[in-house]
Each structure stands twice: as C-alpha cells, then as structure tokens.
Design a protein around this ligand. Sequence first.
Ligand SMILES: Nc1nc2c(ncn2[C@@H]2O[C@H](COP(=O)(O)OP(=O)(O)OP(=O)(O)O)[C@@H](O)[C@H]2O)c(=O)[nH]1
Length: 198
Amino acid sequence: MPEQSNDYRVVVFGAGGVGKSSLVLRFVKGTFRDTYIPTVEDTYRQVISCDKSVCTLQITDTTGSHQFPAMQRLSISKGHAFILVYSITSKQSLEELKPIYQQVLAIKGNVEAIPIMLVGNKSDETQREVETKDGEAQANQWKCAFMETSAKTNHNVTELFQELLNLDKKRNMSLNIDGKRSGKQSRAERLKGKCSVM
Ligand SMILES: Nc1nc2c(ncn2[C@@H]2O[C@H](COP(=O)(O)OP(=O)(O)OP(=O)(O)O)[C@@H](O)[C@H]2O)c(=O)[nH]1
C-alpha cells in the first residue's frame, strides 16, 4: 500500500557541534547564532512544490549525542532523504558519520535509491582538517552527493536543500512554490557523471 502522507521527511545527522541546527535555522528562518545550544530533536516544516501541487518539507534536526540510538533508528525509518553533516574543522566529525551511514544502509537497504547529501559545514573556517577532496572521496565511496556549506556566511545553504530534493527523481520537488526549477543544470546533476551521485 503506498504511503499516503503528504510530508517529505528530511533528517539531518552529524556529531555534536558540527552545525546541524545552524544549517537548518539558516535555511528555515534565515538566522545564525554564535552560541552553541545542544539539540535533542527539533522538527521544522515548510511548504514546497511537489508534482505540480504542494507538500510539506519536514526537516528533523537530530541530536549529535550518541545517547539516543532508538531515536536515531526511528528517524532513519521515517526519513525519505538524509543530510549527513561534518565540520571541515574536525576529521573526527567525518569519522563519526560512518556508523550513521552504516545504520542508514542497514535500515533502508538500497541506499542508492535514497537521496543522501554529505555536507562539510563551516567552510568559512580557516582551521581546516578535512580537505574538500577528502569529503568528495567519502561521498564517492558512499555513492552520495557532496557539498561544502557555511551556515555562518549562508554559503550553499539553500542550494543544499534544493539539490537534495533534486536527487529524488521520483518526485518533481522544488523549494519555489511556483514549481519552476531553475533551468540551470544543478550541481548534483553535474556531479552525476563525475562521482556517481544517484
Ligand atoms: N564558523 C562557523 N561556525 C558555525 C557554523 N555553523 C555552526 N557554527 C557554530 O558551531 C556551533 C555549533 O552549532 P550547532 O548548529 O548548534 O551544532 P549542532 O550540530 O546542531 O550541535 P548539536 O545540537 O550538539 O548536535 C555554534 O557555536 C555555531 O555558531 C558555520 O558554518 N561556520
């Protein structure tokens, strides 16, 4: 029986402090805060266009803590698309995405059919521990798309969400409520030939 819900559920995962909440708040509210307030779980909703109609983009900002494995499993089960965030200032934060990716794989099975974006956030920072090519190589290995972003400077934030939606070929989704996608070839589409984005 096909799912009846009109929600498109995007789940944001990553270690504590990589900027998950900042990315989501920058996208949803256009704001940025310098203070660090750890999240347990927050969900935001936005109306987007979907197959000539509208649907709700539901974004779940998960905790960076490892204390809630059951919540993590539930979020994966319910998610349609996933954003895996590390900070370019922390190699460890990229390492910490590996078990999360493995869990997505274990629960969802065929990950190549699922929109996943690997995101290196804090691209404005100069103390870089993860080179862009290393992020790209990881995305290549996981057969997912890749972007670097900065929630602080608003670099690639809207693009991140639009390209994630573009990766879902089953639905014609756009952040623009008039339903028109940009005529320009998206970065995800350009990357397709280059690094086997779905
Ligand atoms: N320089 C810089 N700092 C950022 C950026 N994004 C977030 N930060 C800062 O990083 C810290 C942590 O950001 P959060 O968005 O709370 O991180 P989180 O991943 O949601 O953390 P948890 O809730 O613990 O999982 C805050 O002090 C933010 O201001 C960014 O793009 N650049």
